[in-house]
Design a protein around this ligand. Structure first.
Ligand code: ATP
Length: 456
């Protein structure tokens, strides 16, 4: 007969009973812990996530009333409200049984028990514990779904570069292939990932994003894989990870290049075996996810440099899509600028018809190191500050030494422009990194990366 997954704790001060129960349950249940001293309950339950606890009602201090059993039942449910507790007693009566159930026990077994009945009760208690855990996962999914904001727009673009992207997206409509989106910050990778999800057969299932660029390294694994109570110092509750929550739908791993090597190998195992173990648990949870990843770094170079696992890259990049930077999208800048102008005029109840010629020229000539996100911020800020019916050059606060940045052949030197922009913005923000990153429309991490690159 199959062994049932799950962790059981048996608490009874009679060693013979502990031994007999262990022998009875061992062939059918994966993990059994016994304990003869109820004072150990606090420690054990705080550090482990038991699915079911079999608890004696009468210990040596008071052999008959069951008071101790009720006391320990309360303690257990205080520490771990999700645990299924079954009470066992030699002095059973209906009144005690009713009290036990009211106090939160799931079942009540009189001593001496019949083996078959005991086994059936324990197995259905395990079943109940797993259903409860499924309900918790569904609740976590629901809250992740309600907190994940839906994009306010569809992907806008008429340039050749974007039309190529749209053609690839169209081909991927009915596939479940793992996709890697590559592109600079703010180019629209999040938005495209969401669009891919919505167009797929999983469109009605959850889309669960996780931004590996913004969560602290020490939380990566617990965010991704979840954890059991007691798995580490601060783990006072069990928690489903994002992979588990995304099951049935799409998991979007943004800034996957930030994943440390240790977590990379765990992720690889998850993708290959299609199951996960929460941290601190041996229980395997089957998962069914479509994976979309995004990065602003060159993962192939990271593989060469030893920062990224090649086998993982091959798993996540069945199809690789490069999202072009805004400066390579020609007239899309104007198209997007008009789109954002309309949106923010509505939001801030302003009446602005368009851009002055000078402002229009600036939008076209500017380098947009922070891409669409930067354009969006620039327009929003300009709409808020503008006092005229047309947005003016000065409203954008983008005075760039554009003409000085032409190289000998008369072409714009993009790196030079980016460096100048960063310097200008840093001066403008008096060196405040968070503010500067916000104005540039990039994350603080990528601002630091660029400062390092340009030796600023
Ligand atoms: N083609 C587009 N049409 C309309 N809006 C866009 C487009 N591309 C990006 N945006 C908007 O620009 C903002 C930044 O886009 P998004 O967050 O998708 O970029 P990203 O590449 O994922 O950035 P990061 O690398 O920093 O995570 C969002 O508000 C998004 O809705």
């Amino acid at each position: 007969m199959a062994i049932r997954q799950g962790k059981i704790l048996i608490v009874d001060d009679n060693e013979d009973i502990l031994f007999t129960l262990k022998m009875l349950l061992r062939p059918r249940v994966e993990s059994i812990t016994t304990c003869s001293d109820p004072k150990e309950i606090n420690r054990l339950v705080s550090r482990n996530q038991y699915d079911v606890i079999l608890l004696d009602m009468n210990f040596t201090a008071d052999a008959v009333s069951g008071k101790e059993g009720f006391y320990w039942l309360e303690r257990i449910l205080e520490i771990s409200p999700e645990t299924v507790v079954i009470l066992i007693t030699a002095y059973s009566d209906t009144e005690k049984a009713v009290r036990a159930i009211k106090a939160g026990a799931t079942d009540f077994i009189p001593k001496p028990w019949q083996n078959e009945k005991m086994l059936a009760t324990v197995l259905s208690a395990l079943e109940l514990s797993f259903s409860r855990s499924e309900v918790r996962t569904l609740k976590a999914q629901k809250s992740a779904l309600t907190t994940a904001t839906e994009p306010e727009t569809e992907v806008i673009g008429e340039s050749v570069a974007m039309q190529n992207v749209f053609r690839t997206l169209e081909k991927l409509k009915d596939t479940d292939a793992n996709i890697l989106l590559q592109g600079e910050n703010g180019t629209g990778k999040d938005l495209i990932a969401y669009t891919l999800h919505k167009q797929s057969g999983r469109g009605k299932e959850p889309f669960i994003p996780i931004d590996l660029g913004s969560i602290p390294h020490e939380l990566f694994e617990s965010e991704l894989f979840g954890h059991e109570k007691g798995a580490f110092t601060d783990a006072d509750k069990s928690k489903s990870g994002r992979i588990e929550i995304a099951s049935g739908g799409t998991l979007f791993l943004n800034e996957i290049g930030n994943l440390p090597l240790m977590a990379q190998s765990k992720l690889l195992t998850v993708i290959e075996q299609r199951k996960i173990n929460r941290i601190g648990s041996t229980q395997e949870i089957p998962i069914d996810i479509r994976l979309i990843s995004a990065t602003n770094t060159d993962l192939h170079a990271a593989v060469q440099e030893g920062y990224f696992r090649q086998d993982l890259l091959y798993r996540i990049n069945t199809i690789e899509i490069t999202i072009p930077p805004l400066r390579e999208r020609g007239n899309d800048v104007t198209l997007l600028a008009r789109h954002f102008l309309q949106r923010y005029c509505q939001k801030y109840k302003k009446e602005i018809d368009g851009f002055s010629d000078e402002a229009d020229q600036l939008l076209k000539q500017y380098n947009w190191p922070g891409n669409v996100r930067e354009l969006q911020h620039v327009i929003e800020r300009a709409v808020i500050l503008s006092e005229t019916r047309q947005l003016q050059y000065d409203d954008f606060m983008l005075r760039l030494p554009v003409s000085n940045s032409q190289d000998k052949e008369g072409k714009f030197n993009l790196e030079e422009l980016e460096k100048n922009t960063i310097q200008e913005v840093l001066r403008h923000c008096s060196g405040n990194m968070t503010q500067a990153a916000g104005l540039l429309g990039i994350t603080r991490t990528s601002l630091y990366r660029r400062l390092e690159k340009y030796g600023l």
